[in-house]
Design a protein around this ligand. Sequence first.
Ligand SMILES: [Zn+2]
Length: 246
Amino acid sequence: MYFKDKGIILGKRKISDSDVVMNILTVEHGKIQVFAKESSRGKSRANVVNQPFIYGNFDIKKGSKNYRLISVDIEKSYYSLRENLYSLSYGSYFLELVDKNLKEEMISKKIFLLLLKTLDGIEGNVENYIVIKNYFEMKFLYFYGVRPNIDVCLNCGEIGEKRYFSPEAGGIICNRCNVLYRDLIELEDEELLYMRDVLYNSLENILNLNISDNIVSKVDIILNRFILSHLACKKYKSLEFIKSLI
Ligand SMILES: [Zn+2]
């Protein structure tokens, strides 16, 4: 059976001199593993079309055991994103977060559009990599169904005068319930407001907020710890690389 679908290549791995297998996030078929031929000559079209980040219309054959790439019309190759070490590292992390957590054939049009929008956002946006990372992680968690609870105290349901965040419990804890938790991070009002903005607002709006670096970095730490507690994958190569750049 043949079908056409829009997709973004999340990653690829060589399985022999002439074959590669790619993980592609498609709109209608979810995340699928697709086999393709790779020419040994470096500059052939086959090598160009199976790079991570490629967004295009894929022609795919579904066999009894696997998917095979027939051809692809490239819509966007994210060339300039791949040319800059920082945007490449952050972009690679977004692909890796999706690739390692989405199950085979799990369909999410929201996550597809989020990935596309975030990759567009990170191209040339040197000042705001961490804000964009906050945005991507928060929205990914939301669409994936495990978002942090940042409305009321997880334990008593009150708003509380002073608040903390428990990565393990997955949300905010008030000053009356804090004795029950051991992994609390103190949360200032601006930090909580920023987290709500990231969860409920568009990327354009968040980028216009001009939030201080301290708040952005604090929320970055909170989201990283939340992800390690609540997603199946606990290790991201690209994230370790990002840490080595700072
Ligand atoms: Zn409470």
